[in-house]
Design a protein around this ligand. Structure first.
Ligand SMILES: [Zn+2]
Length: 201
């Protein structure tokens, strides 16, 4: 906590003061136009990657940036709840599924599998099974790419997402980030290929 509080004091006396007007403008409500579904991985920070400000991005984070299938059973659907809030209440215009390289969740789905004593992880990463059937379970890069596509397909199984996309009020996009070379790859929805975002312009 000491480290957090030291950081907070620097924030409060530096960055917050420098951007005070922006922060005060956020007091009424949040109005983000973009939702990002990202991994919990500490190396993937959407606000930094997209040079965004607080209030710009509605970020949903979970292990391996996965979208579960639409379901109205009595499970505790944390990710689906956040998607519903983003689309129906905030009316975001874009949802970006942001994968990343060297994802520990993807690694746990292939290779040695999750730790034997993991209580929740095995069931959660079973959401990668569809992507594994398509990409195989030996190439983590291919599975990371394919999983982004599967998550985008699953988003379209949410009726309110499909309705907004079909009415052109909402766009879906996929990308994958590598912290070690700072590179963002964008999914081309037509070809299904990923290419460097700087060249994609
Ligand atoms: Zn990850």
């Amino acid at each position: 906590m000491d480290r957090l509080l030291e950081g907070y004091r620097r924030f409060r006396t530096g960055h917050w003061l420098d951007h005070r007007e922006h922060y005060e403008s956020l007091s009424e409500a949040q109005t983000p136009r973009i939702c990002v579904i990202s991994c919990c991985d500490s190396r993937v920070d959407p606000v930094s990657i997209f040079d965004a400000r607080p209030g710009d991005l509605f970020v949903i984070r979970n292990v391996a940036n996965l979208v579960p299938p639409y379901s109205t059973d009595d499970g505790l659907h944390g990710t689906s709840t956040a998607i519903e809030f983003a689309v129906r209440t905030l009316k975001v215009e874009t949802i970006l599924v942001l994968g990343h390289a060297r994802c520990g969740g993807v690694q746990a789905a292939i290779g040695a599998g999750p730790p034997a004593d993991a209580v929740f992880l095995k069931q959660w990463i079973s959401l990668l099974n569809d992507a594994k059937l398509r990409a195989g379970d030996h190439d983590a890069d291919a599975l990371e790419h394919t999983s982004i596509k599967v998550s985008l397909e699953r988003l379209m199984t949410f009726p309110f997402v499909a309705e907004a996309v079909n009415a052109r009020r909402l766009a879906l996009a996929g990308a994958r980030f590598s912290i070690f070379d700072g590179r963002l790859e964008l999914l081309n929805p037509t070809t299904g290929e990923f290419s460097d975002a700087q060249q994609a312009g």
